[in-house]
Design a protein around this ligand. Structure first.
Ligand code: FAD
Length: 453
């Protein structure tokens, strides 16, 4: 039996852990958040209960495996609870990094630090109750802009338009650097918000960019073929209104006296051919939009503070044509030398790439390469769980293990029942740790080291 550390307990980490554990190895999951699930718990839209509960059940099965250990509330990285060097010092046989894409792709705009400007990742973490984002200011105003045209934009639009309990929004503008033919959202998703679409505005916007998209052979009259909501002409319109502003890229954020965004200056773009596809080309024409909240949904990048070498695409690998394993194997970006036993899977391998099913597949393929690697390695005896526990205890880290995670689940179930909800989750670490301690007292199990009540 070998020991594999899996860093990150989102879908990729959980499914990689399952595959490796079922092959008979000891798996130690180390996760930043108290709860596992990653974006499946803290990203997927609130009301997608069926999908969320299905995934929760699958993850519970993984954690129920006796050779899977869980260390929640333990971020790994430079100046974090554990560094990558700390992990190596525990002598695992391999380390799988499945930390997702936790870095923020900055727009690099003047005024980007204005109040009311958020990255989509932080924003969805906020409304999905992930600590510490859940307790931070993500206030939205009357005129909201979302930059980007994918499914994440639609999720955020749904929240802004319907589910925000403090909603004041009157107008939502989707800012897209290219045109309607390049929309990336799925038909099934956009239907949730199409009642809010101002169709007169949309038609006018189509005409505004008709000539520019014609430059790459796109016929605006046929936009309905790809931009399917255009075909649903009989949908009654409700407020707040949603509109699209195509062929525009953010150029500058103007702050008001209160430090909050009050205008978004955008550059008008042309559309040009790029290989098989299209690209936006900036003109020198700009327009100022009245905006008090801006959320950029343009994908995320890898967190450079994890402690893995970074290449141009994120955590560094050295892909060799025809060698699938090399896609998962961490490698030095300068020399190309493989970092033996270090693997990346899921969004930690390819940032913001696809749905849970894709992350799962990627993790399972990666795990197969991990298993092949383990088979080639001599046995050095399983790394001791007690050593990891005592190290974290000495550093005063309040680790949450599998048993405690189950107690937290119980506490949240009780809370849901009391409040008459189908599901309840705590939105700050202190409440979660307290709930675990309370459950322990109720169940007469030893109190958690360091957790107060
Ligand atoms: C807004 C949004 C909505 C989505 N909606 C859907 C949907 O409806 N359907 C669907 O199928 N897919 C959806 N997806 C995609 C899906 O969430 C991803 O495919 C999937 O979560 C990627 O899994 P992952 O494990 O690679 O990364 P993540 O889910 O991001 O998991 C990363 C894990 O690593 C941990 N971690 C991060 N940093 C560290 C660190 N330094 N140390 C230790 N642990 C760390 C985190 O705590 C987390 O548990 C959505 C994504 C987003 C952003």
């Amino acid at each position: 039996m070998k020991t594999v550390f899996v860093v990150g307990a989102g879908p990729a980490g959980m499914f990689a852990a399952q595959k490796i554990a079922l092959a008979g190895h000891q798996v130690v999951i180390v996760n930043r958040d108290i709860k596992h699930g990653g974006l499946a718990e803290y990203g997927i839209y609130l009301v997608k209960d069926k999908m969320k509960s299905g995934l929760r059940k699958q993850f519970a099965k993984v954690l129920s495996l006796p050779n899977v250990h869980y260390f929640g509330h333990v971020p790994v990285g430079t100046k974090q609870a554990l560094t990558v060097d700390d992990l190596r010092a525990f002598h695992p046989d391999a380390i799988v990094f499945s930390v997702g894409a936790q870095g923020t792709k900055k727009l690099g705009l003047p005024g980007e630090d204005a109040k009311g400007v958020y990255s989509a990742k932080d924003f969805v973490y906020f409304y999905n109750s992930l600590p510490p984002f859940a307790s931070q200011d993500f206030s939205t105003g009357k005129k909201v802009a979302i930059v980007g045209m994918g499914n994440v934009m639609v999720d955020i639009a749904r929240w802004v338009l319907f589910d925000n309990p403090n909603r004041q929004t009157e107008e939502l503008t989707i800012v897209a650097r290219r045109g309607p033919f390049e929309a990336k959202f799925d038909e099934k998703e956009i239907k949730y918000v199409e009642h809010n679409l101002d169709r007169n505005e949309l038609n006018a916007e189509m005409q505004r960019v008709a000539e520019r998209v014609a430059a790459v052979g796109q016929d605006i009259g046929k936009a309905g073929d790809v931009f399917s909501i255009l075909q649903h002409t009989d949908v009654p319109q409700t407020k707040p209104v949603m509109k699209f502003r195509f062929l525009c890229s953010p150029k500058e954020i103007v702050k008001g006296a209160d430090g909050r965004i009050c205008k978004l200056i955008v550059t008008e773009n042309l559309l040009v051919k790029k290989g098989e596809g299209t690209a936006a080309k900036a003109t020198d024409q700009t327009v100022a939009l009245d905006i008090d909240t801006m959320i950029f949904a343009i994908g995320d990048v890898h967190d450079p503070n994890l402690g893995l070498p970074m290449g141009p695409e994120g955590y560094s690998t050295k892909p060799v044509p025809g060698d699938e394993r090399s896609l998962y194997q961490v490698a030095d970006p300068q020399t190309g030398a493989e970092m033996e036993g270090h693997f990346v899977v899921g969004w930690a391998r390819r940032a913001s790439d696809g749905l849970v099913g894709i992350a799962r597949h990627d993790a399972e393929v990666g795990a197969t390469h991990v298993l092949n690697y383990l088979a080639s390695q001599p046995d050095k005896g399983a790394a001791a769980i007690e050593t990891i526990e005592s190290t974290l205890r000495a550093r005063n880290i309040q680790v949450v293990n599998k048993t405690e995670l189950a107690l937290l689940g119980k506490a949240e179930e009780k809370e849901a029942q009391e409040r008459g909800l189908t599901y309840f989750k705590y939105s700050d670490d202190t409440s979660m740790l307290r709930a675990i301690t309370r459950e322990k007292k109720t169940n007469n199990t030893p109190a958690m080291a360091g957790a107060d009540d």
